[in-house]
Design a protein around this ligand. Structure first.
Ligand SMILES: *Cc1c(COP(=O)(O)O)cnc(C)c1O
Length: 431
């Protein structure tokens, strides 16, 4: 499979875009080679500039739960667009989408829309600090909450450490109130709360981690975070930008058995357009301007196109049939992969929750960031390129989740499994 056109476009792109991309993972640094330039998406497939067709498990990193160019989304966008694309004034669509979100998240009373997950988590921690009048935000190693200065911290070895920035340009001052603990480590939560409980504004977590590959939490771990937050008066914030609508029909609260004080949304709720949101009970959200003292604003917030694409998406998710289909497809795919792993004696495991999953090259399911770091990255690189060559489009890093859509079908399932079988057999022969 050649990529002449992508190579040429990438060379030109690098003259005018930083690294040829607008978001770093797209540059394929973790896997090497030239990023594939896409020109078209149809349902569960994408087509590149060299006219190769791929089954897509990236789905724009999660938003496209209905697949590419879903006819209902195209129709609603065309209709909304005819009436203008942005007003800077309230529209009914915003209320409609907020109500749709509330029907999936019963503990939510009020919603504020923004234009990205980053903006949503930045605003959520501002609210948590405004409400509690405290400074410390507890986050977990390997969880990503967008490129917010104070959240660009993953460092912290073994025990809890107070922030060391991951990015140049982030002041030590910005991260000095961010505490980083290990995901799924209940003991660290106990210890940190015992020492710092009265200074903690919120615990921010991905209730199913997706940004270190998929890691499903211990229910006890989440319950302990809830108990401590209640005890000291801190807020528990679930970042469901990625896992919202993917682990079950709605949010994660039902199967986790814990409700957060605030939830951060993005990806799926924009139906493929830029959108984020933070939401909570009125007692918390009423701290936000214009009602309260926490300032937050946005020129394109609640944009009509994003609202209508999101609303159409959520309406199609409402009766649960899409979730059942996703669950069915993904479970068949994952058990097929597990059979391939057994048959070829590969050292690999699949972690899955709902319609998100990750194949890790290691023997036991990772429970934390350090376990993911110990996976065989060289094998992942070879796997990524071999799958691409078979026509399967995967995220170009071991630290990403794969997603399925409502439009992945039996043909996709068969083709994906036969590709994995071919790739694993090739690896086995080579070793
Ligand atoms: C993608 C993601 C974000 C950031 O959203 P952007 O829209 O890329 O800013 C935040 N949190 C989680 C869990 C995400 O997966």
């Amino acid at each position: 499979m050649n990529h002449y056109q992508s190579e040429s476009l990438f060379n030109i792109a690098q003259q005018s875009l930083v690294g040829g991309v607008n978001s770093p993972v797209r540059a394929y640094k973790a896997v090497g080679g030239t990023p594939v330039f896409l020109k078209k998406g149809i349902g569960s497939h994408v087509v590149c500039e060299d006219n190769h067709d791929y089954i897509d498990y990236v789905l724009s990193y999660g938003p496209l739960i209905l697949g590419h160019a879903h006819p209902d989304i195209l129709e609603t966008l065309a209709k909304t667009m005819q009436a203008g694309t942005t007003f800077g004034a309230p529209t009914q669509l915003e209320t409609d989408l907020a109500e749709a979100i509330k029907s999936f998240y019963p503990y939510v009373e009020k919603v504020r829309f923004v234009s990205s997950g980053t903006e949503a988590s930045m605003s959520a921690i501002r609210v948590a600090r405004g409400v509690t009048k405290r400074s410390i935000v507890v986050k977990f190693k390997g969880c990503y909450h967008g490129h917010v200065d104070s959240l660009l911290v993953a460092a912290g070895s073994g025990s809890a450490t107070l922030g060391v920035a991951d990015s140049a340009g982030v002041l030590l001052d910005s991260v000095s109130h961010t505490a980083v603990l290990d995901y799924n480590n209940t003991q660290q939560v106990h210890d940190f709360f015992k020492d710092h409980g009265d200074d903690i504004a919120c615990v921010l977590m991905e209730p199913v981690a997706g940004n270190m590959g998929v890691i499903v939490p211990d229910l006890d771990f989440v319950a302990v975070c809830r108990q401590w937050c209640d005890k000291v008066g801190a807020l528990l914030v679930f970042d469901e930008v990625m896992c919202g609508f993917r682990t079950q029909r709605s949010g994660t609260h039902e199967w986790i058995g814990v409700e957060p004080d605030m939830v951060i949304l993005g990806k799926v709720i924009g139906g493929g357009l830029p959108c984020g949101a933070y939401a909570a009970k009125a007692a918390i959200m009423d701290y936000v301007a214009p009602l309260g003292p926490v300032y937050q604003a946005g020129t394109l917030s609640g944009n009509p196109l994003a609202m209508s694409a999101g609303l159409t998406t959520l309406r199609l998710l409402e009766d649960g049939t899409v979730f059942k289909a996703l669950d069915n497809y993904t479970s068949q795919l994952v058990s097929g992969i597990e059979n391939c792993i057994q048959a070829t004696d590969m050292s690999a495991v699949v972690s899955r929750k709902g319609s998100m999953f990750t194949l890790f090259f290691t023997d036991t399911l990772p429970q934390s960031f350090s376990a993911v770091q110990a996976c065989d990255q060289t094998l992942f690189k070879a796997f990524f390129h071999a799958m691409l060559n078979q026509g399967i489009f995967l995220p170009p890093s071991q630290y990403e989740a794969c997603f399925t859509s409502a439009l992945h079908d039996d043909n996709d399932l068969r083709k994906t499994l036969s590709s994995i079988e071919a790739v694993f057999s090739m690896f086995k022969k080579a070793s």
